[in-house]
Unconditional design. Structure first.
Length: 349
């Protein structure tokens, strides 16, 4: 492994580490097992697509066409470059297969010649053939579904999903249920055309700006849109993932996870956060034992604004987090949660 400091990609400045050989293989196996074990529901990015995306990064799939895997030291997930590399390869897979020709001919040349170029062409064909139909995790996508139209009240109800690979390297999903009055359909959050709906550029831009912030802040901002009433908003996050020892050389593991994983490079803990702000939550509650590690500095004035907004808008907030840990860490992590007066779902693999 080699550490690369201050590497920059489209998400900004990051620090990453290059995993190769057995470390790369071990990392991807653990990440794929973690995504399966987390039992992610529809409040998170789709688990199958996340898993398929990461599996396409593995040497078993790309057959050594790429050298090593870059991992974001902040999130513990692959870097933006790795996600987009697979995304690009899937988009060109069909065209690449056409250019390479028939597999039978490629295999025949590889068998008859000692020149490595023929085996590389065969490996390239098999790689693109394997990924051609893979459904990948969206790195920045918004879907709008029309729930109902109430003509008597001149209102339409929409459900919105927004998936994004965040600037910090974690995956975020916003799920938003809102209603919008008829006279602003064309200028506010959602554009309604007969029985189909699509988001407006202004609304997408707003969600992008808020996607790194908490659910409550986002809900209060959306509530300022003219003619819009937000009934429910959730924010589910995949990551960060922390590893023990020097498995990810240079990763800074915060407490209490540093003591939990210790110096053992086989140990890890993966975090899956969920925040919900809605009018039908019975009472505000915080069941996240480590939420303070990831919350932006919130001023007293902002906290007072939150309190007023909860009272005037009638919504409440529930925060939760579940974990996937390496075998043997479930008990110690449960003790940490109990000390913070939370009861959390913990899976081990």
């Amino acid at each position: 492994m080699s550490l690369e400091g201050d590497q920059r990609d489209q998400t900004g400045a990051i620090r990453s580490v290059a995993l190769t050989g057995e470390a790369e293989k071990s990392y991807l196996q653990r990440m794929l097992g973690t995504i399966r074990a987390a039992r992610l529901n529809d409040q998170y990015c789709e688990a199958r697509r996340l898993g398929a995306h990461m599996r396409a990064m593995s040497p078993e799939v790309h057959r050594g066409l790429y050298d090593g895997l870059q991992v974001n030291l902040e999130s513990g997930l692959p870097t933006y470059r790795e996600w987009t590399r697979v995304q690009t390869d899937v988009s060109i897979a069909v065209e690449q297969l056409k250019q390479l020709g028939e597999r039978r001919a490629l295999a025949k040349r590889a068998a008859e010649s000692d020149h490595e170029i023929h085996q590389q062409r065969l490996d390239r064909y098999d790689y693109f053939d394997e990924i051609a139909d893979v459904r990948l995790a969206p790195l920045g996508a918004m879907d709008v579904a029309l729930r109902r139209v109430d003509e008597s009240r001149q209102e339409a109800a929409f459900f919105i999903n927004f998936d994004k690979l965040d600037v910090t390297g974690i995956f975020v999903r916003f799920r938003i249920a809102l209603t919008q009055r008829n006279q602003v359909w064309s200028s506010s959050a959602v554009r309604l055309d007969e029985d189909t709906a699509s988001y407006t550029d202004e609304f997408k831009s707003m969600i992008y700006r808020f996607s790194s912030l908490d659910a409550e802040f986002t809900l209060t901002k959306l509530a300022t849109l003219p003619g819009v009433d937000v009934q429910r908003l959730s924010r589910g996050t995949v990551g960060p993932v922390y590893f023990g020892g020097d498995f990810l050389e240079g990763q800074e593991v915060p407490e209490p996870f540093a003591d939990l994983v210790g110096d053992d490079p086989t140990k890890f803990v993966a975090l899956f956060g969920l925040e919900q702000a809605a009018s039908d939550i019975n009472e505000s509650r915080n069941n996240d034992p480590v939420g303070g590690l990831f919350e932006a500095e919130i001023s007293r004035a902002m906290r007072a604004n939150y309190a007023r907004a909860r009272e005037t808008m009638g919504y409440r907030v529930f925060k939760d987090r579940k974990f996937v840990v390496s075998r043997g860490l479930e008990g110690p992590l449960r003790e940490i949660c109990a000390a913070m007066n939370t009861q959390n779902i913990i899976y081990s693999i």
